[in-house]
Design a protein around this ligand. Structure first.
Ligand SMILES: *Cc1c(COP(=O)(O)O)cnc(C)c1O
Length: 454
């Protein structure tokens, strides 16, 4: 009989708690600072921006946090997501390695992002918040939060990075279909947006600017409006650990344990979500799983950035976050993996990279699209451009195993499908895409403006 191809948990077997890796870290992440006072941000300050229970999670040292029952019920719309043995890809690579992927593309929004959008909408609604403002890069977070907001009857205003707004009309339309209002950022609806446009009317936008616009809106309507962020922060990564918790059980069903876990990094939420439960085995059970964080060569914060306090946005409205960063004014090339164009990585991930518990790798754009097409041809799913970064490195690892003849087991996080990103594939197939290597001088310059706090 052929080997089992995919592994699923029943509703009864589903994890009921998220995992907070901070509890198991020897070197805790440094605190976020208020940019004016340079003192650790207080719960009260954060509560002006975020729903209170999310702030509690952000600051929590508890190892496990119960998933509210209503959130567990909504998760069941698409979870458990399949863990799939990539037999087609293995065969194409002629590798002795076993390759598995966790398919997060089966959610309503087509990515892992609803894993955090749903609890964020839930906690805001529970607190009586009526309106949410947020930003979106490639449009994935905006679509996920639009879906989640519609379930809880929340008004949603999305600032979408202009380059994606123009390149990805279908993402915008998905948000509209779920009832959200979408603005191209920089927009003329906020002071920061107008300031950026005054300086550079052709500005393509960045996640940093879009975050600033959303936070400005929250401050303006603070009595009933809060902000939601799709990545970077501890509570977002916490919610995503449902991915890794399920995967651990599914890998047990498959009768193996991964030697290597690979995920891509934008702000770090899918990476942390997949990797932290496995990293727990390294930290508490003496395992030695190779945890690889993949970033684009054009936005190489983990491999070429500095560890420093930096702003999460362009205008100084967010706290200072201790992170690997390229500087908040770093403008990445318009690569198609829009979700990976963020200048920094979350504080927990940054601390883990600093402590060499996570291995970062940067890959060039063309390699990622080749990997994506090979994956599509062998496993059927056309991956999101972000996900192709993890696939590319999964392939590198499988080829290394072929060379050394080792029976490695590789687990890749497939964060989303690319069906709303076909423009990117069109460009690639037409030979119009290129690699973007960043000169050292440009990185040195964008880092040089940072105030040295550590
Ligand atoms: C947003 C996104 C990412 C990157 O964001 P992280 O927070 O780093 O996970 C990766 N893949 C897809 C499909 C995305 O939508």
């Amino acid at each position: 009989m052929a080997e089992t191809k995919k592994f699923l948990l029943t509703d009864k077997e589903m994890p009921t708690a998220w995992y907070n890796i901070v509890a198991d870290m020897k070197n805790k992440p440094l605190p976020m600072l208020n940019p004016q006072t340079k003192k650790p941000v207080t719960k009260e300050e954060l509560c002006r921006i975020f729903a209170e229970e999310l702030v509690d999670q952000e600051l929590s040292q508890e190892r496990y946090i119960e998933i509210p029952e209503q959130v567990q019920d909504i998760y069941k719309m698409w979870r458990c997501t399949p863990l799939v043995r990539a037999t087609g890809l293995e065969k194409a690579l002629d590798t002795p390695a076993k390759i598995f992927f966790k398919n997060e593309s089966v959610s309503p929004a087509g990515s892992h992002k609803p894993n955090s959008a749903v609890p964020q909408a839930y906690y805001n609604a529970k607190q009586g918040i009526a309106r949410i403002a947020t930003e979106t890069g490639a449009g994935q977070w905006g679509t996920a939060l639009s879906f989640a907001s519609s379930l809880f009857n929340l008004d949603l205003r999305v600032y979408m990075v202009k380059v994606s707004y123009n390149q990805k009309p279908y993402r915008r339309l998905m948000m509209n279909a779920w009832g959200a209002d979408v603005f191209a950022s920089p927009s003329d609806t906020t002071e920061i947006g107008r300031a950026v446009l005054a300086k550079d009317p052709e500005n393509h936008g960045s996640l940093g600017t879009a975050i600033s616009e959303a936070v400005e809106m929250v401050m303006k309507y603070n009595e009933n409006t809060r902000y939601c962020l799709g990545s970077v922060l501890n509570h977002v990564i916490l919610h995503q650990t449902i991915i890794g918790e399920e995967s651990i059980k599914q890998m047990e069903m498959a009768g193996c344990e991964p030697d290597t876990v690979v995920a891509c990094v934008g702000g770090g939420s899918n990476f942390g979500g997949m990797a932290f439960p496995f990293l727990r085995k390294n930290l508490t059970e003496g395992k030695n799983i190779n945890i690889i964080a993949v970033e684009p060569e054009s936005c190489p914060k983990l491999t070429r950035g500095v560890f420093q306090y930096d702003l999460g946005d362009l205008s100084g409205m967010t706290p200072l976050i201790p992170m690997y960063t390229l500087g908040h004014e770093f403008m990445p090339a318009d690569i198609h993996a829009g979700g990976l164009r963020y200048h920094g990585a979350g504080s927990i991930i940054s601390q883990l990279v600093r402590d060499k518990l996570v291995n970062p790798v940067a890959v060039p754009q063309l390699e990622t699209f080749s990997a994506g097409l090979l994956f599509a041809k062998t496993e059927g799913i056309i991956p999101a451009p972000e996900s192709t970064h993890a696939i590319a490195v999964g392939i590198r690892e499988a080829l290394k195993a072929k060379e050394s003849g080792e029976q490695k087991t590789i687990l890749i996080n497939l964060t989303g499908h690319g069906y709303v990103d076909m423009y990117a594939y069109e460009q690639f197939l037409a030979g119009k895409l290129k690699n973007h290597q960043i000169p050292d001088e440009y990185i040195a310059q964008s880092i040089s403006i940072l105030e040295k706090i550590i």
